[in-house]
Design a protein around this ligand. Structure first.
Ligand SMILES: *[C@@H]1O[C@H](CO)[C@@H](O)[C@H](O)[C@H]1NC(C)=O
Ligand SMILES: *[C@@H]1O[C@H](CO)[C@@H](O)[C@H](O)[C@H]1NC(C)=O
Ligand SMILES: *[C@@H]1O[C@H](CO)[C@@H](O)[C@H](O)[C@H]1NC(C)=O
Ligand SMILES: *[C@@H]1O[C@H](CO)[C@@H](O)[C@H](O)[C@H]1NC(C)=O
Length: 422
């Protein structure tokens, strides 16, 4: 049996807008936004310990819905928010999959997850299962809005899109690093290899994200942050083990003809886009190391140019970054002699950081606690099919491992039709 406690809060909001014209009425559809707060399975960590976990078949709104927001934070056994300097919440990813109904009993009884599951990635173009999630952030979760403006939403649970014999389900993939008593809190949060009790043959037996053997130059990042490893503690530090969980709040509407679907893309600043002549090949490395350049004040810039096979209207944009970020910008394509694109390398969005100033969860001093979100007026920014977007991820000029620069964008392929009735 899964051990899931659950709190459900339902709220309803009804908004009706009437235009002042006499012969045509624009009646905004009633928007019945529902909302629920769930608590995931728990996991246990001691001081300095890493937890990398998958929680399968998490609680999720049922039926054909349009999700408006998805917010997650880490809590302790009493339901209190856990601050980042105690447990650094490296990431949480909400990942969609289809499960073969015939095999569901096996999966539940024997935890045999190898068969009967088909992962469903987002619309982003990273290769394979790199960055597959629909929602996901890290330390900046509490201060980064995931709200989608009306009438836009992420359409899920559409029975015509789920193959016969399968059920749509969700899992969390998470990484949390307990840094209580850490000898080097920042280093542990950045997954610095020399701080962890890695096995002696670590570099001999570990492959990188690209599948090739790890180089001895690999100083830190996801591969050194493995489940149960231990980060170096201050001498004599002792602290209790504790149980943590994810508390997540989802807001949604029941799907109807008034909702406009959005597609979700993740663009990675490390994506080295190539072509083999006929097909664009993506090579997302997910994270990177920032060297410190002496005698320079300029930020480090990691840049990628990524063609968008399908464009759309930009409705929402933000970024997933780590502490040390200066800002990140997404640009449209620069075209000099063409009338096919109206684009001139325009700025589509700059996302800027918020750093904490205090002690309480959500405002931890020195930590990245939020990234700003761009909400262009719907219809005002159009990305063309085939347009090449350029993303620049800027960090302070300081040695840093496991840095990330991920742009999250939602595109609408159509806009709402305002002339509901004449
Ligand atoms: C589900 O798994 C069973 C057993 O392996 C298989 O016979 C069946 O075809 C699968 N169903 C679908 C819809 O793929
Ligand atoms: C790892 O590989 C190196 C060189 O390939 C070798 O010298 C070393 O003994 C190996 N270490 C372990 C612990 O296997
Ligand atoms: C390019 O890659 C695609 C996808 O892997 C493949 O189908 C296609 O045959 C390749 N084309 C060439 C010219 O190698
Ligand atoms: C982003 O950072 C760069 C480099 O420091 C700076 O020049 C630029 O003005 C910043 N942009 C915004 C919108 O803050």
């Amino acid at each position: 049996m899964r051990n899931i406690s659950r709190v459900v809060v339902l709220s309803l909001s009804i908004i009706v807008l009437l235009s002042s014209t006499t012969h045509s009425i624009y009646l905004k559809p009633e928007s019945h936004i529902k909302s629920a707060t769930f608590v995931s399975e728990n996991f246990e960590v001691g001081p300095g310990q890493i937890a990398v976990k998958n929680f399968w078949d998490i609680e999720f709104p049922k039926g054909h819905v349009g999700v408006k927001s998805f917010d997650v934070e880490l809590i302790d056994e009493d339901g209190n928010s856990v601050p980042l300097y105690e447990t650094y919440f490296h990431h949480w990813f909400a990942i969609k999959y289809f499960e073969n109904i015939t095999l569901s009993r096996n999966i539940e009884q024997y935890h045999d997850l190898r068969n009967g599951i088909v992962f469903q990635r987002n619309s982003g173009a990273c290769q394979g299962y790199m960055l597959p999630h629909y929602w996901g952030l890290g330390g900046e979760s509490r201060g980064t809005s995931s709200n989608l403006p009306d009438p836009f939403a992420v359409e899920l649970g559409n029975p015509t899109k789920i193959p016969n014999g399968f059920k749509e389900k969700w899992l969390f993939n998470i990484m949390a690093i307990d840094t209580r008593g850490a000898y080097d809190r920042k280093g542990c949060s950045e997954c610095r290899c020399n701080l962890f009790n890695l096995p002696n043959n670590f570099y001999n037996v570990t492959n990188g994200i690209d599948g090739k053997p790890l180089s001895l130059n690999y100083k830190g990042g996801l591969l050194c942050c493995q489940d149960n490893l231990q980060c170096k503690l201050r001498k004599g530090f002792d602290g209790p083990r504790r149980k943590l969980s994810l508390r997540y709040k989802i807001r949604w509407v029941d799907w109807d003809e008034h909702q406009v679907p959005l597609k979700f893309y993740i663009l990675d600043a490390t994506d080295r886009v190539k072509s083999n002549g006929s097909t664009t090949i993506h090579d997302c490395k997910v994270e990177y190391t920032i060297p410190r350049i002496h005698d320079s004040d300029s930020p480090n810039v990691q840049k990628a140019s990524i063609p968008m096979e399908n464009g759309g209207y930009l409705i929402y944009a933000t970024t997933h970054m780590h502490t040390g970020v200066v800002n990140a910008t997404l640009y449209g394509q620069k075209i000099f002699l063409s009338n096919s694109f109206s684009s001139d390398g325009r700025v589509l969005c700059t996302s800027t950081p918020k750093y904490g100033m205090g002690k309480e969860a959500g405002n931890e001093k020195g930590y990245l606690v939020g990234m700003s979100v761009c909400y262009p007026k719907p219809g005002s920014i159009k990305i063309e099919d085939g347009e090449i977007l350029t993303l620049e991820s800027r960090y302070e000029n300081q040695f840093r491992t496991g840095a990330m620069g991920h742009f999250y964008i939602y595109l609408a392929e159509q806009l709402p039709n305002k002339d509901i009735k004449d």
